[in-house]
Design a protein around this ligand. Structure first.
Ligand code: COA
Length: 183
């Protein structure tokens, strides 16, 4: 298995892998919209096994609303591994290898929303430990995680701001379907 930058030719297969991993189309639609948006930074990586794309991850631009100024940061989303290849280390290898590629970037932080049972093994910590706050109260605190990159400095505190695409796709945090309409 190897991890490499995604090429234009991979895009249709990547879409299939994302839809299969999440078991639904909306996340694949989110990825398509990210590709078309000004948040896209061409930081999209695939895991390849026997010549087939079996996993994908991309990183797009968000902002940290720090006291001094807005800082461009990265958001890891989505991360997908083809269902038949899950739990065999593909996701971990994909994240580790792509984070190595990000070491030379100017962005100081990589944020994500995800399982606190999964991402700490890859080096992510809860955002609150660095004075970072989530863009929505619907993101459970343990799920709001961050990793520092080499350009990180301790003054970089404040709220993560998502680009418009995540909101248009209602891809932020968790909804409560049991809440009354006007709760
Ligand atoms: C989450 C995902 C990317 C992990 O990739 P993977 O290649 O299956 O994971 P790895 O092989 O690197 O790691 C496997 C370990 O992670 C754990 N793990 C996998 N997915 C997990 C999840 N969603 N929550 C918590 N732990 C998870 C497993 O328990 C496993 O540990 P174990 O072997 O001790 O049981 C993959 O399962 C996937 O595509 N899931 C569907 C889409 C998704 O939920 N994406 C992440 C959104 S934040």
């Amino acid at each position: 298995m190897r991890v490499r930058a995604e090429s234009g030719a991979d895009v249709p297969t990547t879409r299939e892998v994302v839809a299969a991993a999440f078991g639904e189309e909306p996340v694949a639609d989110l990825l398509d919209a990210l590709r078309e948006s000004d948040a896209w930074r061409h930081l999209s990586f695939v895991a390849e096994e026997n010549g087939e794309v079996v996993g994908h991850v991309s990183f797009t631009r968000g902002w940290l609303d720090a006291p001094q100024r807005l800082v461009e940061v990265l958001v890891l989303s989505p991360l997908s591994v083809r269902p038949d290849m899950q739990r065999s280390g593909v996701g971990a290898a994909l994240v580790r290898a792509s984070l190595e590629q990000l070491e030379v970037r100017d962005e100081p932080l990589v944020f994500l929303e995800g399982s606190p049972a999964y991402y700490p093994r890859l080096g992510f910590v809860p955002g609150a430990t660095l004075g970072l706050t989530a863009p929505s109260t619907r993101i459970p605190a343990p799920a709001f995680q961050v990793m520092t990159l080499p350009t990180y400095e301790p003054w970089m505190r404040g709220a993560l701001v998502y680009p418009d695409v995540f909101w248009r796709h209602d891809a932020v945090g968790l909804r409560d379907p049991s809440a009354a309409p006007h709760d």
